[in-house]
Design a protein around this ligand. Structure first.
Ligand SMILES: Nc1ncnc2c1ncn2[C@@H]1O[C@H](COP(=O)(O)OP(=O)(O)O)[C@@H](O)[C@H]1O
Ligand SMILES: [Mg+2]
Length: 245
């Protein structure tokens, strides 16, 4: 899949520590409009920390993250809310509300941000559940859903507010290969259908091979690879080889 040459995010010299632990050290890269960028690396290496900087959930200690040329750290409170509407995040857990049914979970971002009529909202919910292959499950309780169903409902909820960027944190972790493929197909379909830009954190190389336009690998706080699938498969770096094989 081709992306434009328009830079959407520019990450410049990003460093982030928690206490004595330097998680990210002077990380720089760009994210292009329309691409599916996979961020890989061992567990605990700082992948989630990295993408939380893309919608202002975390602020850099050093360096900056520009979205359309604007430093996210400089945004005012209300601008951060509009940013999160445009840059939606799909958390690792799915982060659905256990006390609500599927419909109530999907309605939440709509009633928070818009003034749509009740019937229009129901229509949108049905349309988005169909989109992720989960038509008709509006009244199911979150606790009745399997892991794969939860991920799909969470994806519908992220898409429903019409974002331009989707950040996926480990979308296939804990799912069997068949369901993982369903999710991977959805990521591909969403990206092309809505002209999204997608950033996908994963340590699942099967998914990377299937969906990535471009791959970034993080190791010991730094980017040790930035390129496409063919290039990473051809790498002779022992750390990369160990990870991808
Ligand atoms: N809010 C936080 N406070 C303290 N330490 C954190 C916080 N968030 C992440 N970390 C630490 O940063 C490191 C990287 O975490 P994370 O980005 O979640 O890794 P992963 O690559 O598995 O997503 C871990 O050592 C984690 O414990
Ligand atoms: Mg993580």
């Amino acid at each position: 899949m081709e992306h434009s040459n328009k830079i959407l995010f520019s990450i410049k010299g990003l460093s982030k520590s928690f206490g004595p632990k330097d998680v990210l050290k002077d990380v720089s890269f760009d994210i292009f409009e329309g691409e599916i960028l996979c961020v890989i690396g061992q567990s605990g290496i700082g992948k989630s920390v990295l993408i939380k900087h893309l919608n202002g959930l975390l602020d850099p200690d050093k360096g900056k993250v520009l979205f359309e040329g604007k430093n996210i750290s400089d945004l005012k409170h209300k601008d951060i809310y509009s940013l999160r509407k445009r840059v939606a995040m799909l958390f690792q857990s799915g982060a659905l509300f256990d006390s609500m049914n599927v419909e109530e979970n999907l309605i939440l971002p709509l009633t928070e941000h818009t003034k749509l009529s009740k019937s229009k909202i129901k229509e949108l919910v049905a349309e988005h559940l169909t989109l992720v292959g989960m038509a008709g499950i509006e009244k199911l309780h979150t606790s009745e859903l399997s892991g794969g169903m939860k991920k799909r409902v969470a994806l519908a909820r992220a898409i429903i507010q019409g974002p331009e960027v989707l950040l996926y944190d480990e979308p296939t972790t804990g799912l069997d290969p068949v369901i993982s493929d369903v999710i991977n197909d959805l990521i591909l379909n969403m990206n092309s259908k809505y002209n999204l830009t997608s950033v996908v954190i994963t340590h699942d190389m099967r998914s990377v091979r299937k969906i990535a336009d471009r791959v970034i690998m993080i190791h010991e706080g730094r980017i040790i690879f930035d390129g496409n699938i063919k290039e990473i498969e051809a790498s002779s770096d022992p750390v990369i080889r160990k990870f991808i094989s």
